[in-house]
Design a binder for this molecule. Structure first.
Ligand SMILES: Cc1cc2nc3c(=O)[nH]c(=O)nc-3n(C[C@H](O)[C@H](O)[C@H](O)COP(=O)(O)O)c2cc1C
Length: 364
């Protein structure tokens, strides 16, 4: 079976959600009995990559590469365009190797003419010689507004046929490309999150957009565990041990915002509803991203995805209203309480929690 199709099938039908939590449950937004606004006034629109979004939401990159997977892209693009939110496509490496698969990506721009669309490629491909020319091809294939370069070290190491090469040279290449590409580069994890140290490294080579994809949502280590079990590959038992590995999403937002006060941060990984989204924004993210809930709704059809996104936006607006926030900018300033493991995490990383919750630099 084609690897991508197998990945999608496992994500749809197996238990792939990370055992480690996002730690968003340790964040509480403060209810305001008198919000000093009417619900109608709440406006959650925002700007991303030079375009206006109706809500600060990105459907994270997932599919493309065959006609079936192109249909998922088309469904997601239709819903994203209708709701005025951004979307990414899955890794386009296959489209460089097999030009006949391009249409399964290109369909996205045909359906969604106005929204930001994000191209996608795995970081290890840079070491294999993919340079500005190939990356520009990925961008022009879908008329993308940005290119996500995904970092999936934990997945590669457990993938039966994985090639976990993340040597220093990759960072140098990333720096070169970030200065020559026609669109911004978004450095993206795939479910294990980014730490302060990682964000600092990327910042030093000129990266300003981070899609954090923390732990607590889809675990790609778990996905590879299922593939390993099916193949009787010895790595699956170790994958089971590491399936919750990573920087939890809430902790990753705090770490990244501390290190990159003026960068664009997408808070993602295990975001499942509008309340998770509101917490991620209040904690320091500029937008929120999600993958698994979108594809699980898309497989049921466009109506299910439409309903899911509509409810997510409603929940985000409710959280804004009840915290007395009339805009994303105000939500990002809403008071919050941080407790439990997240508090411990922040303190043991040497950060001052009360300073952080007061400062939380915001872009919007
Ligand atoms: C079916 C599926 C396919 C994915 N394919 C890609 C991919 O090609 N490139 C990528 O950067 N991330 C890929 N991801 C990872 C997601 O973009 C995201 O980082 C991860 O699933 C965590 O988010 P979630 O908890 O909301 O699912 C994929 C996720 C899913 C569920």
């Amino acid at each position: 079976m084609n690897r991508k199709i197998e990945h999608v099938e496992i994500c749809l039908y197996e238990n792939v959600e990370g055992h480690g939590a996002t730690l968003l449950d340790d964040v509480q937004l403060i209810h305001q009995a008198f919000p000093a606004l009417s619900f109608e006034e709440v406006d959650i629109s925002t700007e991303f990559l030079g375009k206006r979004l109706e809500a600060p939401i990105v459907i994270s990159g997932m599919t493309g590469g065959s006609p079936e997977l192109g249909r998922f892209n088309s469904t997601i693009a239709t819903a994203a365009q209708k709701h005025g939110i951004a979307m990414g496509v899955g890794s386009q490496r296959v489209a460089l190797e097999k030009p006949e698969t391009r249409e399964s990506f290109a369909v996205v721009r045909k359906v969604a003419k106005d929204i930001p669309i994000i191209a996608n490629i795995g970081a290890p491909q840079l070491l294999k010689g993919y340079g500005t020319k190939e990356l520009e091809e990925l961008v022009s294939m879908i008329n993308a507004d940005a290119l996500a370069i995904h970092f999936n070290a934990a997945q590669e190491v457990f993938q039966p046929e994985g090639e976990p090469d993340y040597s220093q040279r990759l960072l140098d290449l990333l720096g070169e490309i970030s200065h020559s590409l026609s669109v911004p580069i978004i450095v993206k994890e795939t479910g294990n999150g980014m730490s302060m140290e990682t964000v600092a490294r990327f910042r030093r080579v000129g990266i300003n957009y981070f899609d954090l994809q923390g732990a607590g949502g889809t675990s790609w280590v778990a996905v590879e565990m299922y593939r390993g079990m099916r193949r009787n590959n010895w790595k699956w038992r170790s994958a089971e041990l590491f399936r919750g590995w990573g920087v939890p999403t809430a902790a990753s937002i705090v770490e990244a915002r501390t290190m990159a006060p003026d960068s664009v941060l997408i808070g993602s990984g295990g975001i499942r509803n509008g309340l998770d989204g509101a917490k991620a924004l209040a904690l320091g993210a500029d937008l929120v991203g999600m993958a698994l809930p979108a594809i699980r709704a898309a497989v049921e059809g466009i109506e299910a995805l439409d309903r899911f996104i509509g409810e997510f936006k409603f929940q985000l607006r409710v959280a804004s209203f009840l915290t007395g926030s009339s805009s994303v900018k105000e939500l990002k300033r809403a008071p919050l309480v941080v407790g439990g493991k997240l508090k411990e995490w922040i303190e043991s990383r040497g950060l001052d929690l009360s300073t952080y919750t007061k400062v939380r630099t915001r872009r919007v």
